[in-house]
Design a protein around this ligand. Sequence first.
Ligand code: AHR
Length: 817
Amino acid sequence: MSHPQKASVKINVHQPQHEISPDLYGLFFEEINHAGEGGLYPERIQNRSFCDGVAPSDFVRDAVDAPADARGWVWQTPTGLRFPMKDKGDFPGWRLEAADSDVRVVADDTVILSEATPRSLRLVFGPGAPRQATLVNEGYWGIAVSAHSQYRLTIIARTEASPVEIQAELRDSEGTVARCLQTVTQGGAWVRQEAILETQRAATNAELALRVTGAGSVWFSFVSLFPLQTWRNRPNGMRPELAEMLAALKPAFLRFPGGCVVEGVSRSTYYDWKSSLGPVELRQGRWNLWGYATTQGIGFHEYLQFAEDLGADAMYVCNCGMSCQFRNPDYFDEALVDTLLQDALDAVEYALGPVHSLWGARRAANGHPAPFALRYLEIGNENWGEEYQKRYGKFYEAIHARYPDLILIADNRVEGAPLDVLDEHFYSTPSDLMRLSRRYDRADRNGPKIYVGEYAVTGECGQGNLKAAVAEAAFLTGLERNSDVVKMASYAPLLVNVQDRSWNPDLIQFDNHRCAGTPSYWVQRMFVQHQGAHTVPIAVDCEHEIPSLCGGFGFVTWESVAEFRNLRVVCDDEVLYENDLSGAFCGLVPQKGDWQFVEGALRSSQHPRDGFCLLDGDAAWENYTLTCQARQIGPGNGFMIAFLVQGQRHYRWQIGGWNNMFMGLEEYNKGGCREICARESITPVPGQWYDVRVEVDHGKFRCYLDGKKLQEAEELPMPTLAAGATLSADGKEIIIKLANGCDRTQVVDLDLGHVDVEPRGSEQLLFHTDPDAENSLDAPERVAPQENQIDGLAARFPYTMRPWSVAILTLTRKPLG
Ligand code: AHR
């Protein structure tokens, strides 16, 4: 067993510094991972408007005769991005049970309720006497209901001529959970019918069966099963237990609707707030770049209402005239940019305008005459470059002129326009967040205020483990300590339905009836509950760790095909490895994907992620120079050279990554990446050979292309302890936050100088013997904070921190005299 290591923390409670930003802790909500539909939004019917199978209007089918590949890539945006859309049929979520083979389901794009809902489900009965068929909806991975609860069933349907009878039954493998009878009257017009289903018992895997008896045709445009009980009893409100978990984070603000959904991947897929207003059955179904469609049940109004109910200020992120630059940028023309600017102004008017204004009146008509607390507007999400600068300037000027009190946020550094608040994002490894805990200590106090709009440990984190939570806690001590500059922060993403995990990790996981916070969730809660009012000076002295810097090398591709040849690895004058790669692996081992020799070079297959071929991942090589030639074949990403490969960890130089737009030097570890040098633009020409050279020299990395040094970085030591200290508003409590981000126990010499404290205080502790421990739906509090009383506190005392733990100590000052 290793010896504890020593650290010291000195705190000066007599010099309160800046106020802790009251807006520091907020929420980032995005419709990703079925966070909303199939999650926070409690609609039980999947694809209630029948439009989920309709592709976005500007998508085209990829070469129709080309077979879908493993991910079902069958659609293309107008700018050529091939997009995976699983083939889920015309009506995802629905199926027909018909005893009679003369009953058919047809996707009808002509008999529709409104332009916004371009498809209805037409049930066609064969000729003759009334027949029966049952339409079944499977819900979102099964329908869950509570016992003796009420759910509103709404059906909007029309018949051709004669009336049809619909028997609605909520059922599971044990039988009926609830039942009711409806009749759709004849007349060739849409008829809305509502009924309350009262459950006899609870169920977690039920389905809704609509047994239809009739003749001719019957069209369905909308079928909803919505609980009467929602959070704060809002009609069209939120799922109570998820909303409660969010409310417990006492968010100062709610950012919505994202994230990348703001941008979309084309002109028909960016977030369009106007299409999300009004009766839910008339809201436009929107395909979402996270791979599913929504009915926009949580519309712009509901976001604002939810923020209000949370007691949070609203932060709207608008599209500023381009689609997602990471995926495939489409820079919208001037006319569309102007439309989007007007949309942004209208969105603000909807939230803040008086009831006699155009959009204020719409808000009032939708049930909220008083303005909403929209306080922030972010101009775009994760954009960059000249195109962004132009658009930002235009949006800033117009919006600020009309709403000078609205706080405008830029999603990147800009020049030539005021930059009040800058949004910065960090997704990285535990060691990086430990390092980043000191990032803002050096921030320019005269520069823009910072909003850390997205951050999370995304490497070495399982599906959200203790290690990740500790490193985020360390990072948060840095944000609090510097909250004169860092005014706001929000972890991302917030929610994941465990059945559709398209981003990992997420703060809260859930299925259709259970939910659990990750250890990161508990860190957020601990910090929010123990913010304090003012920071005090703190000095931390601790050991630093340098990551192991030795290992083999290899080639990596990411959803791309690339070729490599003439590989040579040299240390001083000794050749460690040489292979012209014309026909033999000679020790190189394919780890992922197919690697073949084609016309004198080693070629990767189009492996979805991380095609990887490497030589001796356990090698003890420390310093070497790798040279080779490489080229990308076809469109998409370029190629990567991996070095210092050790098991699941390596460093890599990406050339032409991010859709052939950037180069980057990164540390990769168990699925997570950490940039060790800022990404820079480069677009290698597909088909062209490049001379690549990577020098690994005592923790310094230098990367050359065609003889020119393009990137370099140095590996930096990582502090093993992070700490912050604040005072309560009345100055009586001293709150000390500590995060031990290493495998060893640390005995921390806590020195508060000249101050009298009560010997008894409290300790909030997040710890588990296994740093990889996670919470799950079955064990939701395996890693959760414990509250303990601690004794023996004094102006100076040793505090023992267990490996990978977070502690918040609250000490009380003795009254004077
Ligand atoms: O939080 C998930 C995604 O990460 C967001 O949509 C995007 O802004 C970022 O790249």
